[in-house]
Structures are given as structure tokens and as C-alpha cells.
Design a protein around this ligand. Structure first.
Ligand SMILES: *Cc1c(COP(=O)(O)O)cnc(C)c1O
Length: 359
């Protein structure tokens, strides 16, 4: 890897003050990684360079046809002061799959991991120390062929940036959701399984509609039958049925239109570790409403890298409004959240070998 250090890197006191501010996505670390690909020569050697603006021709493909993919992953400070990544190989594999769907080049897993390790170890001082805090890492790839012809780009640029993420979880608050029957996130054969910016661009109008209904987030249902629960915003969903040791923890099945979340996958194992039954199911809007009404569904939560686990309270839709439990974060939700965070922060044993040491 070519390395050009940032001559204007923040001094330690300034950096520590920015990290201590918390928040998310406001400040970026001193460096970034760039790696160019061309159809002719494949991947070039990556460069670690000072964080800063890009200069691109206005006719660059990504601006016009949205050929772009991204990932989201985290590095956590460990009790010994070291830093570990949570399941980075899973992000590498998903990045390659997203690339294939968007007709972008698949980056070899080893190259992807090399860039992540290089940036995290170089900018290690930006990784916060407290529980619930982390360094959020954003790898992405854009089509960089210049020209307005509609075709898969013969050039692409991979970029890696990172931002400290504070503990913005408010345990007293469950999110409210608007179940959208007007808009669709993904249809079979589309890009629902790929992590691409276009999915998000198409989702924002529904997010606006949810806000207009007084809800924090939008819940997506399937495109074909318009009744199966899929995801919440940019997170996967979980439902808890029953209480105590007999509870089961269920999540919508991956049908080809859901984004296969790494947090979702981890919770299938983590909930089992805690002694709960887990199941991947088809769950309809009616199942949600009736399950809440009968008391069978006791808790609902959403999960994803950024928030890890986020309790869901009130659900609103064209068919009415219903509230899960007492509308407060559930017991099993919090147990699963704390268990995952403990694995990530290295304070409980990592039976699944999820944590990968950087330094
Ligand atoms: C990224 C993402 C998720 C969550 O995936 P994680 O790997 O758990 O972060 C869920 N749904 C959508 C639409 C996403 O883009």
C-alpha cells in the first residue's frame, strides 16, 4: 500500500475533543484509502492518503446512473486497549456480492480487509473508548468512467473513510414506525439484496411520508402480495413471541428482496446463546396486528450495524395503530443488545470468533 501521511492531521487534544463530542458522521479521521480499478488492468495498489475532497469530471458515470455500492462496519476498542473489527469478512463478502449486482468489479476479500486494517491502525486514535461507542467504517465504490453512454463502467474507484460513532442509544425510547403501503423498497430481481445508494435514494420519499405521520421510521412490506413484513428503513426487524425462557425470537425470512444484515445474522446465533429459540419466518401485517392484540408478540426491535439493536414501539399504518407491550424497550431486546455489545467490546467470550484484532 502506498502511504502519504496527512501533514495537517489533528493534534491529539483536538482529535480527542472531537471524538468525545459523540454524535455520528460529523467528523472524519485524518486519512482515507483509495483504490482504482480498470477493466484493462484490474485493481491497482491501494493508497492511504490524507482525508479530503475528490475531483471528478462532471460526466463521471456515477453522477448520472447511480452505479454505486457501500458497506457499513465497526471497529471497537477492547479492554486491553487494542482494537477489533466485528465480522469484517462478512462485509467483504457482501461488498463483492453488491458489486456483482451493480455491474461493478468484485474487490478481492483480502484486498478489502487490507485497506480496512490499514486505515483503522493508522487512525487508531479516533476509535472511542466507551461502551456503545465505536469507529464506523464506510467502504464504498463508484463508477468512474467518463461519458454519458449507458453501460457498465470500465473504471471504478473504491474509497474507504471512517467516522467516530458516539453512543446515541436512548434506552427510554422505542422508535415508532409507519408501515408503508404506498411505496416499495425492493422487488424480486431488483437490487434489494445489494447495498447500493440507489435503494436509499428511492426510500427517502417514504421516510418523509413516515415523518408526516409522526413516525420515526418506515417499515417495508413485500412488492408482490403487499402483505409480508420485510425491513425497517435501513435495518432488519425482529419479533419476540412469548416471555421468559420460553420466548422465541423470529425475523422475516430472506426472500431475495431483503438486505441480508450481518447484525440480523449475528442475532440468530446470539439469541440462541442466550437460550432462546430462533426462527426465520414469513410474517404478515395481519400477523403483526393480531400478535400484538393477543399479546403473543411481546417485543419488536430493529437491528443494523449503526444502532446495533433499536426497540420498536408503536406501529401505524393505513389499517390503524397498534402498540407492542407497554411501548417501552423490551427485556429480551435489551438482553440481546447487551450481549452483542459485550461481544463487540470484548467483555464476554466470543464463541463465534466474530472479532478480528487490528492492533
Ligand atoms: C445495511 C442494511 C441493513 C443492516 O445490515 P447490517 O449488516 O446489519 O448493518 C439492513 N437493511 C438495509 C436496507 C441495509 O442497507
Amino acid at each position: 500500500m502506498k502511504i502519504t501521511l496527512n501533514p495537517n492531521a489533528k493534534d491529539v487534544a483536538t482529535r480527542d475533543a472531537l471524538v468525545a463530542e459523540g454524535g455520528f458522521g460529523k467528523y472524519y479521521t485524518d486519512h482515507m484509502v483509495i483504490c482504482e480499478w480498470t477493466e484493462k488492468d484490474g485493481w491497482a495498489e491501494p493508497s492511504l492518503i490524507p482525508y479530503g475532497p475528490l475531483s471528478l469530471d462532471p460526466a463521471t458515470a456515477v453522477f448520472h446512473y447511480g452505479q454505486e455500492i457501500f458497506e457499513g462496519m465497526k471497529a471497537y476498542r477492547q479492554p486491553d486497549g487494542g482494537i477489533s473489527l466485528f465480522r469484517p469478512e462478512a462485509n467483504a463478502r457482501r461488498f463483492a456480492k453488491s458489486a456483482a449486482r451493480l455491474a461493478l468489479p468484485e474487490m478481492p476479500e483480502a484486498l478489502f480487509l487490507e485497506t480496512v486494517n490499514a486505515l483503522v491502525s493508522r487512525d487508531a486514535g479516533w476509535v472511542p473508548n466507551k461502551v456503545g461507542e465505536s469507529l464506523y467504517i464506510r467502504p464504498f465504490m463508484i463508477a468512474t468512467e467518463v461519458g454519458l453512454g449507458v453501460r457498465p463502467s470500465n473504471k471504478a474507484t473504491y474509497i474507504l473513510i471512517a467516522t467516530p460513532a458516539g453512543a446515541y442509544f436512548d434506552p427510554s425510547k422505542a422508535v415508532s414506525v409507519w408501515i408503508s403501503t404506498e411505496y416499495v423498497r425492493a422487488a424480486l430481481g431488483g437490487t434489494g439484496e445489494a447495498k447500493c445508494g440507489g435503494n436509499y435514494a428511492a426510500s427517502l420519499v417514504a421516510q418523509k411520508a413516515a415523518a408526516k405521520e409522526g413516525c420515526d421510521q418506515v417499515v417495508w412490506i413485500d412488492a408482490k402480495e403487499r402483505k409480508w413484513i420485510e425491513e425497517m428503513g435501513g435495518m432488519n426487524l425482529y419479533f419476540v413471541k412469548g416471555k421468559g425462557a420460553c420466548a422465541s425470537v423470529i425475523t422475516p425470512k430472506l426472500t431475495g428482496t431483503l438486505l441480508p444484515g450481518i447484525t440480523r445474522d449475528s442475532i440468530l446465533s446470539a439469541a440462541k446463546d442466550l437460550g432462546y429459540k430462533t426462527e426465520e419466518v414469513m410474517l404478515s401485517i395481519d400477523d403483526w396486528r393480531e400478535g400484538v392484540a393477543s399479546g403473543e408478540i411481546t417485543e419488536i426491535f430493529a437491528c443494523g450495524t449503526a444502532a446495533v439493536v433499536s426497540p420498536v414501539g408503536q406501529a401505524k399504518s393505513a389499517m390503524g395503530t397498534w402498540v407492542t407491550g407497554d411501548g417501552q424497550p423490551g427485556k429480551i431486546t435489551m438482553e440481546i443488545r447487551n450481549h452483542l455489545l459485550a461481544i463487540q467490546h470484548g467483555t464476554t467470550s466470543d464463541n463465534h470468533n466474530w472479532m478480528k484484532k487490528v492492533i
